[in-house]
Design a protein around this ligand. Structure first.
Ligand code: HEC
Length: 347
Protein backbone atom coordinates (compact mmCIF):
# COMPACT_ATOMS: atom_id res chain seq x y z
CA UNK A 1 0.00 0.00 0.00
CA UNK A 2 2.79 2.43 0.75
CA UNK A 3 4.49 2.33 -2.65
CA UNK A 4 1.15 2.76 -4.39
CA UNK A 5 0.29 5.94 -2.51
CA UNK A 6 3.74 7.46 -2.87
CA UNK A 7 3.87 6.45 -6.54
CA UNK A 8 0.58 8.19 -7.15
CA UNK A 9 1.82 11.24 -5.31
CA UNK A 10 5.08 11.26 -7.24
CA UNK A 11 3.23 10.90 -10.52
CA UNK A 12 0.96 13.83 -9.74
CA UNK A 13 3.90 15.97 -8.67
CA UNK A 14 5.87 14.99 -11.76
CA UNK A 15 2.89 15.76 -13.99
CA UNK A 16 2.38 19.17 -12.39
CA UNK A 17 6.08 20.00 -12.36
CA UNK A 18 6.72 18.52 -15.78
CA UNK A 19 3.87 20.54 -17.20
CA UNK A 20 5.09 23.63 -15.41
CA UNK A 21 8.62 23.05 -16.58
CA UNK A 22 7.47 22.52 -20.15
CA UNK A 23 5.29 25.62 -20.16
CA UNK A 24 7.89 27.82 -18.50
CA UNK A 25 10.52 26.38 -20.85
CA UNK A 26 8.45 27.28 -23.87
CA UNK A 27 7.67 30.74 -22.48
CA UNK A 28 11.33 31.31 -21.64
CA UNK A 29 12.39 30.03 -25.05
CA UNK A 30 10.03 32.41 -26.82
CA UNK A 31 11.04 35.31 -24.56
CA UNK A 32 14.77 34.62 -25.01
CA UNK A 33 14.38 34.30 -28.75
CA UNK A 34 12.60 37.64 -28.80
CA UNK A 35 15.38 39.10 -26.69
CA UNK A 36 18.07 37.64 -28.94
CA UNK A 37 16.25 38.89 -32.00
CA UNK A 38 15.81 42.35 -30.47
CA UNK A 39 19.52 42.40 -29.72
CA UNK A 40 20.64 41.55 -33.26
CA UNK A 41 17.95 43.78 -34.69
CA UNK A 42 19.35 46.65 -32.67
CA UNK A 43 22.85 45.97 -33.93
CA UNK A 44 21.64 45.76 -37.51
CA UNK A 45 19.65 48.98 -37.18
CA UNK A 46 22.69 50.90 -35.94
CA UNK A 47 24.83 49.61 -38.78
CA UNK A 48 22.17 50.40 -41.34
CA UNK A 49 21.86 53.93 -40.00
CA UNK A 50 25.62 54.38 -40.10
CA UNK A 51 25.86 53.11 -43.67
CA UNK A 52 23.14 55.51 -44.77
CA UNK A 53 25.07 58.34 -43.13
CA UNK A 54 28.16 57.34 -45.09
CA UNK A 55 26.10 57.29 -48.29
CA UNK A 56 24.70 60.77 -47.58
CA UNK A 57 28.10 62.10 -46.72
CA UNK A 58 29.49 60.82 -50.00
CA UNK A 59 26.74 62.29 -52.15
CA UNK A 60 26.53 65.57 -50.18
CA UNK A 61 30.22 66.27 -49.57
CA UNK A 62 32.51 64.09 -51.65
CA UNK A 63 30.70 64.01 -54.98
CA UNK A 64 30.39 67.82 -55.35
CA UNK A 65 34.07 68.14 -54.53
CA UNK A 66 35.15 65.65 -57.15
CA UNK A 67 32.46 66.19 -59.78
CA UNK A 68 34.61 68.43 -61.97
CA UNK A 69 37.59 66.18 -61.73
CA UNK A 70 35.46 63.14 -62.52
CA UNK A 71 34.14 64.80 -65.65
CA UNK A 72 37.58 65.20 -67.16
CA UNK A 73 39.46 62.32 -65.60
CA UNK A 74 39.99 59.32 -67.78
CA UNK A 75 40.38 57.32 -64.57
CA UNK A 76 37.03 56.70 -62.84
CA UNK A 77 36.87 57.93 -59.23
CA UNK A 78 34.74 55.36 -57.33
CA UNK A 79 35.12 57.43 -54.14
CA UNK A 80 32.40 59.68 -55.55
CA UNK A 81 29.90 56.83 -55.52
CA UNK A 82 27.79 56.38 -52.30
CA UNK A 83 27.46 52.64 -52.89
CA UNK A 84 31.22 52.33 -53.12
CA UNK A 85 32.02 54.40 -50.02
CA UNK A 86 29.42 52.56 -47.96
CA UNK A 87 30.78 49.20 -48.96
CA UNK A 88 34.40 50.29 -48.44
CA UNK A 89 33.69 51.76 -45.01
CA UNK A 90 31.97 48.55 -44.02
CA UNK A 91 34.90 46.47 -45.26
CA UNK A 92 37.10 48.53 -42.93
CA UNK A 93 34.74 47.76 -40.05
CA UNK A 94 34.89 44.07 -40.94
CA UNK A 95 38.68 44.08 -40.85
CA UNK A 96 38.36 44.10 -37.05
CA UNK A 97 38.03 40.45 -36.09
CA UNK A 98 35.13 41.21 -33.74
CA UNK A 99 33.13 42.41 -36.72
CA UNK A 100 34.46 40.02 -39.35
CA UNK A 101 31.15 38.17 -39.52
CA UNK A 102 29.09 41.31 -40.06
CA UNK A 103 28.25 42.07 -43.65
CA UNK A 104 26.82 44.90 -45.73
CA UNK A 105 25.53 44.66 -49.25
CA UNK A 106 23.55 46.71 -51.73
CA UNK A 107 22.14 43.76 -53.57
CA UNK A 108 20.92 44.49 -57.08
CA UNK A 109 19.56 42.26 -59.84
CA UNK A 110 21.52 44.25 -62.43
CA UNK A 111 24.51 45.66 -60.55
CA UNK A 112 27.27 47.94 -61.74
CA UNK A 113 29.77 46.01 -59.64
CA UNK A 114 29.33 42.22 -59.86
CA UNK A 115 30.05 41.88 -56.13
CA UNK A 116 26.63 43.52 -55.60
CA UNK A 117 24.83 40.77 -57.50
CA UNK A 118 21.88 39.58 -55.42
CA UNK A 119 21.82 35.89 -54.54
CA UNK A 120 18.53 33.97 -54.69
CA UNK A 121 17.55 34.90 -51.17
CA UNK A 122 18.35 38.59 -51.67
CA UNK A 123 16.61 38.59 -55.04
CA UNK A 124 13.43 37.46 -53.28
CA UNK A 125 13.71 40.34 -50.84
CA UNK A 126 14.33 42.79 -53.64
CA UNK A 127 11.37 41.44 -55.60
CA UNK A 128 9.18 41.91 -52.53
CA UNK A 129 10.31 45.55 -52.23
CA UNK A 130 9.71 46.20 -55.93
CA UNK A 131 6.24 44.67 -55.73
CA UNK A 132 5.15 46.69 -52.70
CA UNK A 133 6.30 50.33 -52.55
CA UNK A 134 4.84 50.61 -49.03
CA UNK A 135 7.20 47.97 -47.70
CA UNK A 136 9.95 49.75 -45.77
CA UNK A 137 11.86 46.97 -44.11
CA UNK A 138 12.23 43.22 -44.08
CA UNK A 139 14.17 41.27 -41.50
CA UNK A 140 14.74 37.74 -40.30
CA UNK A 141 17.25 34.94 -40.05
CA UNK A 142 19.07 33.06 -42.77
CA UNK A 143 22.12 30.87 -43.19
CA UNK A 144 24.95 32.62 -44.97
CA UNK A 145 28.25 30.89 -45.66
CA UNK A 146 27.41 28.22 -43.09
CA UNK A 147 26.52 30.74 -40.44
CA UNK A 148 23.26 31.76 -38.84
CA UNK A 149 22.76 35.47 -39.47
CA UNK A 150 20.10 38.05 -38.87
CA UNK A 151 19.38 40.36 -41.76
CA UNK A 152 17.70 43.72 -42.03
CA UNK A 153 16.87 44.93 -45.52
CA UNK A 154 15.60 48.23 -46.87
CA UNK A 155 14.66 49.22 -50.38
CA UNK A 156 17.12 51.46 -52.21
CA UNK A 157 15.43 53.56 -54.86
CA UNK A 158 16.76 55.99 -57.46
CA UNK A 159 15.99 59.16 -55.54
CA UNK A 160 16.81 61.82 -58.13
CA UNK A 161 17.90 62.59 -61.66
CA UNK A 162 21.51 62.89 -60.51
CA UNK A 163 21.75 59.12 -60.22
CA UNK A 164 20.88 58.73 -63.87
CA UNK A 165 24.11 60.49 -64.86
CA UNK A 166 25.74 57.11 -64.35
CA UNK A 167 22.81 54.63 -64.25
CA UNK A 168 20.64 55.46 -67.28
CA UNK A 169 22.54 54.32 -70.39
CA UNK A 170 26.22 53.60 -71.11
CA UNK A 171 26.25 56.48 -73.60
CA UNK A 172 25.38 59.02 -70.92
CA UNK A 173 27.66 57.58 -68.28
CA UNK A 174 31.23 58.93 -67.90
CA UNK A 175 33.63 57.17 -70.22
CA UNK A 176 35.90 56.39 -67.29
CA UNK A 177 33.02 54.49 -65.60
CA UNK A 178 32.53 52.37 -68.72
CA UNK A 179 36.26 51.78 -68.85
CA UNK A 180 36.27 50.48 -65.28
CA UNK A 181 32.91 48.66 -64.98
CA UNK A 182 31.96 47.93 -68.58
CA UNK A 183 28.56 48.67 -70.03
CA UNK A 184 26.58 45.63 -69.01
CA UNK A 185 25.42 46.30 -65.44
CA UNK A 186 23.86 49.16 -63.52
CA UNK A 187 22.03 50.79 -66.43
CA UNK A 188 18.44 51.28 -67.46
CA UNK A 189 17.39 52.47 -64.02
CA UNK A 190 14.58 55.01 -63.59
CA UNK A 191 13.77 57.63 -61.01
CA UNK A 192 11.67 56.14 -58.22
CA UNK A 193 12.60 52.56 -59.15
CA UNK A 194 13.77 50.28 -56.38
CA UNK A 195 17.06 49.05 -57.82
CA UNK A 196 18.67 47.40 -54.84
CA UNK A 197 18.04 46.01 -51.38
CA UNK A 198 20.29 47.51 -48.80
CA UNK A 199 21.06 44.63 -46.46
CA UNK A 200 22.97 44.39 -43.19
CA UNK A 201 23.87 40.94 -41.90
CA UNK A 202 24.57 40.47 -38.22
CA UNK A 203 25.83 37.13 -36.86
CA UNK A 204 23.01 35.63 -34.82
CA UNK A 205 24.76 32.45 -33.75
CA UNK A 206 26.40 34.00 -30.70
CA UNK A 207 23.30 35.66 -29.36
CA UNK A 208 21.25 32.56 -30.02
CA UNK A 209 23.92 30.40 -28.33
CA UNK A 210 23.92 32.66 -25.30
CA UNK A 211 20.12 32.51 -25.20
CA UNK A 212 20.19 28.70 -25.49
CA UNK A 213 22.81 28.39 -22.77
CA UNK A 214 20.77 30.65 -20.53
CA UNK A 215 17.63 28.64 -21.25
CA UNK A 216 19.37 25.34 -20.55
CA UNK A 217 20.91 26.64 -17.34
CA UNK A 218 17.60 27.95 -16.05
CA UNK A 219 15.77 24.75 -17.01
CA UNK A 220 18.42 22.56 -15.36
CA UNK A 221 18.33 24.61 -12.15
CA UNK A 222 14.53 24.66 -12.06
CA UNK A 223 14.45 20.95 -12.96
CA UNK A 224 16.85 20.10 -10.13
CA UNK A 225 14.78 22.20 -7.75
CA UNK A 226 11.70 20.26 -8.88
CA UNK A 227 13.43 16.93 -8.32
CA UNK A 228 14.49 18.10 -4.86
CA UNK A 229 10.90 19.11 -4.11
CA UNK A 230 9.58 15.73 -5.30
CA UNK A 231 12.11 13.87 -3.15
CA UNK A 232 11.43 16.06 -0.11
CA UNK A 233 7.66 15.72 -0.55
CA UNK A 234 8.01 11.97 -0.88
CA UNK A 235 10.09 11.66 2.25
CA UNK A 236 7.66 13.85 4.15
CA UNK A 237 4.70 11.91 2.80
CA UNK A 238 6.29 8.62 3.77
CA UNK A 239 7.13 9.80 7.24
CA UNK A 240 3.98 11.79 7.96
CA UNK A 241 1.29 9.75 6.23
CA UNK A 242 2.33 6.44 4.75
CA UNK A 243 4.25 5.01 7.72
CA UNK A 244 1.49 5.68 10.30
CA UNK A 245 -1.24 4.58 7.89
CA UNK A 246 0.67 1.36 7.22
CA UNK A 247 0.90 0.72 10.97
CA UNK A 248 -2.82 1.32 11.44
CA UNK A 249 -3.60 -0.79 8.36
CA UNK A 250 -1.47 -3.60 9.81
CA UNK A 251 -3.58 -3.59 12.96
CA UNK A 252 -6.76 -3.52 10.85
CA UNK A 253 -5.49 -6.55 8.93
CA UNK A 254 -5.03 -8.41 12.20
CA UNK A 255 -8.60 -7.59 13.14
CA UNK A 256 -9.76 -8.89 9.76
CA UNK A 257 -7.70 -12.05 10.16
CA UNK A 258 -9.09 -12.50 13.68
CA UNK A 259 -5.53 -12.55 14.96
CA UNK A 260 -5.34 -9.63 17.36
CA UNK A 261 -2.76 -10.05 20.07
CA UNK A 262 -1.89 -8.09 23.14
CA UNK A 263 1.59 -7.46 21.67
CA UNK A 264 0.11 -5.95 18.52
CA UNK A 265 -1.95 -3.57 20.63
CA UNK A 266 1.12 -2.51 22.55
CA UNK A 267 3.57 -2.42 19.63
CA UNK A 268 5.96 0.54 19.92
CA UNK A 269 5.26 1.74 16.32
CA UNK A 270 1.56 1.93 17.08
CA UNK A 271 2.29 3.64 20.36
CA UNK A 272 4.33 6.22 18.45
CA UNK A 273 1.50 6.90 16.02
CA UNK A 274 -1.05 7.33 18.81
CA UNK A 275 1.20 9.90 20.38
CA UNK A 276 0.99 12.18 17.37
CA UNK A 277 -1.15 15.26 17.86
CA UNK A 278 -2.51 15.30 14.32
CA UNK A 279 -5.52 13.59 12.69
CA UNK A 280 -3.65 10.35 12.19
CA UNK A 281 -2.70 10.31 15.85
CA UNK A 282 -6.34 10.70 16.80
CA UNK A 283 -7.35 8.02 14.31
CA UNK A 284 -4.78 5.64 15.75
CA UNK A 285 -5.92 6.31 19.33
CA UNK A 286 -9.58 5.76 18.50
CA UNK A 287 -8.85 2.74 16.38
CA UNK A 288 -6.62 1.13 18.98
CA UNK A 289 -9.31 1.74 21.58
CA UNK A 290 -11.87 0.07 19.35
CA UNK A 291 -9.63 -2.88 18.63
CA UNK A 292 -8.82 -3.26 22.30
CA UNK A 293 -12.52 -3.41 23.11
CA UNK A 294 -13.11 -5.89 20.33
CA UNK A 295 -10.19 -7.95 21.63
CA UNK A 296 -11.44 -7.94 25.20
CA UNK A 297 -14.98 -8.73 24.16
CA UNK A 298 -13.72 -11.57 22.06
CA UNK A 299 -11.62 -12.83 24.90
CA UNK A 300 -14.64 -12.84 27.18
CA UNK A 301 -16.72 -14.50 24.51
CA UNK A 302 -14.14 -17.21 24.13
CA UNK A 303 -14.20 -17.95 27.82
CA UNK A 304 -17.97 -18.06 27.79
CA UNK A 305 -17.97 -20.38 24.81
CA UNK A 306 -15.53 -22.63 26.59
CA UNK A 307 -17.73 -22.77 29.69
CA UNK A 308 -20.74 -23.39 27.52
CA UNK A 309 -18.98 -26.19 25.73
CA UNK A 310 -18.13 -27.92 29.03
CA UNK A 311 -21.74 -27.58 30.08
CA UNK A 312 -22.91 -28.98 26.79
CA UNK A 313 -20.52 -31.91 27.13
CA UNK A 314 -21.92 -32.66 30.57
CA UNK A 315 -25.50 -32.54 29.34
CA UNK A 316 -24.67 -34.70 26.39
CA UNK A 317 -23.05 -37.31 28.66
CA UNK A 318 -26.17 -37.40 30.84
CA UNK A 319 -28.31 -37.64 27.79
CA UNK A 320 -26.27 -40.54 26.48
CA UNK A 321 -26.57 -42.30 29.83
CA UNK A 322 -30.31 -41.71 29.80
CA UNK A 323 -30.45 -42.99 26.30
CA UNK A 324 -28.72 -46.18 27.24
CA UNK A 325 -30.77 -46.66 30.38
CA UNK A 326 -33.99 -45.98 28.48
CA UNK A 327 -33.59 -48.85 26.00
CA UNK A 328 -35.75 -52.04 26.20
CA UNK A 329 -32.63 -54.13 26.35
CA UNK A 330 -31.43 -52.21 29.38
CA UNK A 331 -34.90 -52.45 30.97
CA UNK A 332 -35.00 -56.21 30.45
CA UNK A 333 -31.46 -56.49 31.72
CA UNK A 334 -32.38 -54.45 34.76
CA UNK A 335 -35.48 -56.59 35.36
CA UNK A 336 -33.36 -59.71 34.97
CA UNK A 337 -30.87 -58.42 37.48
CA UNK A 338 -33.73 -57.56 39.80
CA UNK A 339 -35.02 -61.07 39.55
CA UNK A 340 -31.63 -62.62 40.11
CA UNK A 341 -31.12 -60.44 43.11
CA UNK A 342 -34.60 -61.44 44.35
CA UNK A 343 -33.79 -65.11 43.88
CA UNK A 344 -30.57 -64.78 45.76
CA UNK A 345 -32.26 -62.98 48.60
CA UNK A 346 -34.99 -65.60 48.72
CA UNK A 347 -32.56 -68.37 49.16
C1 HEC B 1 29.26 59.04 -60.76
C2 HEC B 1 28.47 57.93 -61.22
C3 HEC B 1 27.39 57.45 -60.28
C4 HEC B 1 26.37 58.19 -59.78
C5 HEC B 1 26.06 59.64 -59.94
C6 HEC B 1 25.60 57.23 -59.00
N1 HEC B 1 26.15 56.02 -59.08
FE1 HEC B 1 25.41 54.34 -58.28
N2 HEC B 1 27.07 53.37 -58.79
C7 HEC B 1 28.09 53.84 -59.54
C8 HEC B 1 29.17 52.90 -59.59
C9 HEC B 1 30.47 53.09 -60.32
C10 HEC B 1 28.78 51.83 -58.78
C11 HEC B 1 29.59 50.61 -58.47
C12 HEC B 1 30.35 50.92 -57.15
C13 HEC B 1 31.19 49.79 -56.66
O1 HEC B 1 32.17 49.46 -57.26
O2 HEC B 1 30.80 49.28 -55.60
C14 HEC B 1 27.46 52.16 -58.32
C15 HEC B 1 26.70 51.31 -57.51
C16 HEC B 1 25.45 51.59 -57.12
C17 HEC B 1 24.64 50.68 -56.40
C18 HEC B 1 25.04 49.28 -55.90
C19 HEC B 1 24.64 48.23 -56.87
C20 HEC B 1 25.53 48.17 -58.06
O3 HEC B 1 25.03 48.56 -59.09
O4 HEC B 1 26.69 47.73 -57.90
C21 HEC B 1 23.47 51.28 -56.18
C22 HEC B 1 22.27 50.68 -55.48
C23 HEC B 1 23.55 52.55 -56.73
N3 HEC B 1 24.76 52.74 -57.30
C24 HEC B 1 22.55 53.48 -56.70
C25 HEC B 1 22.76 54.80 -57.00
C26 HEC B 1 21.83 55.84 -56.67
C27 HEC B 1 20.50 55.63 -55.95
C28 HEC B 1 22.35 56.99 -57.09
C29 HEC B 1 21.77 58.37 -56.91
C30 HEC B 1 21.59 58.80 -55.56
C31 HEC B 1 23.62 56.66 -57.69
N4 HEC B 1 23.82 55.33 -57.64
C32 HEC B 1 24.45 57.59 -58.31
C33 HEC B 1 28.10 55.06 -60.17
C34 HEC B 1 27.25 56.08 -59.84
Amino acid sequence: MSPRLSQKFTLILLAVFGGGLLLSGIALFVALNRLAEAEVQQQAAIMMQTMNAVRSYTSDHIQPQLADELAVSDQFIPETVPAFSAREVFETVRSDENYATFFYKEAALNPTNPRDQADDFEAQILTAFRADPELEELSGFRDLAGQRVFYTARPLAISDEGCLACHSTPEVAPASLIATYGETGGFGWEVGEVVAAQIVYVPAGNVVDVARLFLTTVLVIVGLAFVAVVVAMNLTLRQAVIAPVTTIAGLAQEVADDAITQEALEAPELEKVTQRSDELGRLAQTFRQMVREVYEREQRLREEVLALRIEIDETRKNEQVAEITGTDYFQTLQAKAQRLRQKRDDR
